[in-house]
Design a protein around this ligand. Structure first.
Ligand code: BGC
Length: 780
């Protein structure tokens, strides 16, 4: 296994020589001749090259050497020249096959913003809000719009496939990459990921939905074996992917790093052939995650058609296996055919021109609107929206140094970040200059001392500035209102921790309490803004401030978008797509998080494998009882439940009507929502079902559909309608390998959150029904 520090190696000389010898005018050309003729004209080295990427350039590595075009497969990265892209496939010029360029994802395109010595031309991309924020908007059209803007940057910068969206599950708040994922619920994740895919792909470029599947935490991610029941996999972890395949149809899917019930996902034909292709009818391409899995032969056989970023050992393993008969030529050809299908639809093949100049201004506007739509008002004791104009005292490092998104491959190279102080100023609110100055200087000093961040070693958190009590008292006298912003960052390679991360640090607690007591003594209020990428503990301190706005990591327009919501320019309408527990121990997966080491690290391991256990295991004993499925069923109190979010107005739900009393082929439900308050607003309406639960235990309620109203004026109503299909009634029955809808009475619960059901109805189902059967078992 190659490690991250030897990611780029030139293609074997033999390949070039063989290819060159074979080149002649009559070679079939991709797109002009049938794919099968193109494949038939390939050498085995060319085939092996096509199913493995060209390697990955790493800091300190020499640039790839480009063989002369007529000599065969060319080194994609240099040929296509998109520095900072995550990888490319091989070009085979003699057969008319160009390289395909892939780049991260998922909160915006990730490429290098500057190239070579030319500082006049830049290649910045828009940092859109993180997926967790987008999920809190519950707005399918909005997410599709974000996808269109993101996809436009992919196309205009000459990239073929965006490595996103990501939709692993918010199984535990400490998952380091939760910010890259949508929700704890597969319907929200699947529907929004599908919208993102439709948006991106409308621009003529591809997506890679990742990480398939159960890479829900970072700890020992390359060796961990996830032990999960088939029911949990089908209902929770696979379900979002199933929805996005049918509603989004991504060009590609990325297999995950982990093992699943004993087999690497990239080496599992049960998963990649059985579940994905046979059961779901997926006909796109599967690529590995970068350096994922161990055994190229097993990956080829499993139908993991493209190994990324690709290395010579894999190519040798493939050609050796062909020679020895362990790999059948038709299996390799099948995989090559899939890569060719991808190439044929790519802008690189179609010769789509790209400007290197997307409309970043227009996309910034999309990012700003999306960010404001996904913020969640957790608490508001009569303070928001802000009376204008106010003089503010802004506390907290993050007010001045906002966290736009998480770290690792999901980090975007944006041109700028609007801080909260700038956003509020643009909205007409002054903030105390001396305090702002103290924060700015403090942050600059700390940043100066820190080593330059890398993808593997992001910036360390900046300890909260200790503001003297006398200074806070001065501010409480002079300012109208205090805002304390608390920030959190995390990302690839490591999970979060409880101390000073899930929980507030001592310095944050002190700041919060000192500011609250000084401002409250002056009869003035305090607003907390949470600039975070994942769930934190709130119960121990939420009584202290007067309002709490969960701004998530809102992308580059952070300060403007937060100001939009604080001032009421945008009617706050986000709701949680992930529960906030009272305490970490309440999270159902906490009993076995992050797992156990079965065999310690290899002392000789280098690169990204250094320090990783040779074998580790995590048991998903929480089974299907993830998030609200657990809290609602077991009656465990949450700090803020799934689906929760306040508004500046109020809504009344009425007239829930079902299309029939008995479920036949489908059933519609309609409900009326009326704005009963004094300002305009939008409401996220959630439809949950409670199934009879005779044959197997069922959650007290499960989200089956959702919708968001338009902006309703005071007094205005909107009727929303939902269509339930048999798939909305089912649970997975392992014994019969099928999705079963039970006979009995189903309760329909339409609510403003999982704990705030406003309208009830019920329907019956006369008979048990096997709605679908599956061909493969992926778990016990
Ligand atoms: C990440 C993927 C990413 C890939 C390419 C991997 O480390 O897990 O999400 O797409 O790198 O950068």
């Amino acid at each position: 296994m190659i490690d991250r520090h030897s990611r780029f190696l030139p293609l074997a000389a033999a390949l070039v020589a063989t290819s060159a010898a074979l080149a002649h005018a009559a070679d079939p050309q991709l797109g002009k001749s049938p794919d099968k003729d193109v494949i038939a004209a390939m050498t085995k080295e060319e085939k092996a090259a096509l199913v493995t990427g060209t390697g990955m350039r790493m800091p300190g590595q020499p640039p790839a050497q480009q063989p002369p075009a007529q000599q065969g497969p060319a080194v994609g990265e240099t040929q296509r020249g998109v520095p900072g892209a995550a990888g490319t496939t091989y070009a085979i010029p003699r057969l008319g096959i160009p390289a395909v360029v892939v780049a991260d994802g998922p909160a915006g395109l990730r490429i290098q913003p500057k190239r070579g010595s030319d500082s006049t031309k830049t290649y910045y991309c828009t940092a859109f809000p993180i997926e967790t924020l987008l999920a809190s908007s519950w707005d399918v059209d909005l997410v599709e719009r974000v996808g269109r803007a993101m996809g436009n940057e992919v196309r205009e910068y000459g990239v073929d496939v965006l490595l996103g969206p990501a939709l692993n599950t918010h199984r535990n708040p400490l998952g380091g990459r939760n910010f890259e994922y949508y929700s704890e619920d597969p319907v929200v994740s699947g529907k929004l990921a599908a919208a993102m895919i439709r948006g991106v792909q409308s621009q003529g470029v591809g997506t890679s939905a990742k990480h398939f599947v159960a890479n829900d935490h970072e700890w020992n991610r390359n060796t961990i074996d996830v032990k999960a029941s088939q029911r949990a996999l089908r209902e929770i972890y696979l379900r979002g992917f199933e929805i996005l395949v049918s509603e989004g149809n991504p060009w590609t899917i990325m297999s995950s790093y982990n093992k699943l019930n004993g087999t690497y996902t990239s080496e599992s034909s049960e998963l990649l052939q059985g579940v994905l292709r046979k059961d779901w009818g997926y006909d796109g391409l599967v690529m590995t995650d970068w350096f994922g899995g161990r055994d190229a032969l097993a990956q080829m056989n499993a139908g993991n058609e493209l190994l990324m970023p690709g290395n010579p050992n894999q190519r040798k393993a493939i050609t050796d296996a062909l020679d020895s008969g362990q790999l059948k030529e038709e299996v390799l050809d099948r995989n090559v055919a899939k890569v060719l299908e991808l190439v044929r639809r790519s802008p690189s093949f179609l010769g789509t021109p790209h400007s290197d100049a997307p409309d970043l201004k227009a996309h910034a506007q999309v990012a700003r609107e999306a960010a404001a739509e996904g913020m969640v008002l957790l608490k508001n004791a009569g303070v928001l929206p802000l009376a204008s104009p106010a003089k503010l005292a802004l506390f907290g490092n993050s007010s001045f140094n906002m966290i736009t998104g998480g770290t690792g491959s999901g980090d975007v190279n944006e041109a700028y970040t609007v801080s909260l102080v700038e956003g509020l100023k643009a909205a007409g609110h002054a903030s105390d200059a001396a305090l702002a100055d103290a924060y700015t200087r403090y942050i600059e000093e700390i940043l100066k001392k820190q080593p330059a961040p890398t993808i593997f070693a992001p910036r360390a958190p900046i300890p909260e500035l200790a503001v003297a009590k006398e200074e806070i008292e001065r501010l409480a006298r002079e300012a109208d209102l205090a805002v304390v912003t608390l920030g959190r960052n995390s990302g690839e390679f490591r999970d979060r921790k409880r101390e000073d991360d899930f929980e507030l640090s001592a310095a944050e607690n002190t700041l919060l309490r000192d500011v609250a007591s000084a401002f409250h003594a002056q009869k003035k209020k305090l607003v907390v803004v949470l600039n975070i990428g994942g769930v934190i503990e709130t119960t121990s301190w939420r009584d202290v401030p007067d309002a709490i706005l969960l701004a998530w990591q809102p992308g580059q327009e952070a300060g403007h978008a937060i100001a939009d919501v604080l001032t009421g320019r945008v009617a706050v309408s986000g709701k949680l797509a992930t529960s906030f527990p009272v305490k970490w121990e309440d999270v159902p997966s906490s009993a076995n998080f992050p797992g156990v080491v079965l065999e310690g690290p290899d002392p000789n391991a280098t690169g990204f494998r250094a320090g990783q256990a040779r074998a580790a295991e995590i048991k998903y004993e929480d089974d299907i009882w993830v998030g609200y499925r657990h809290y609602a069923t077991k009656g465990v109190k949450t700090a803020y439940p799934f689906g929760y979010g306040l508004s500046y107005t109020t809504f009344q739900y009425s007239d829930l009507k079902l299309g029939a009393k008995e479920f036949q082929k489908q059933l519609t439900a309609t409900v009326k929502v009326t704005n009963t308050g004094k300002s305009a607003g939008r409401e996220v309406v959630q439809l949950y079902l409670s199934a009879p639960g005779k044959a197997m235990p069922k959650p007290a309620l499960e989200l089956r559909a959702f919708a968001k109203t338009k902006l309703l004026k005071p007094g205005e109503s909107q009727a929303l309608s939902f269509t339930l299909t048999p798939r909305d009634l089912v649970s997975f029955d392992g014994a019969s390998s099928s999705w079963v809808a039970e006979a009995g009475t189903y309760a329909v619960k339409v609510g403003a959150s999982s704990e705030d059901i406003r309208q009830n109805a019920s329907f019956t189902k006369a008979q048990d029904e096997k709605v679908a059967t599956v061909s493969t078992s992926v778990g016990p």
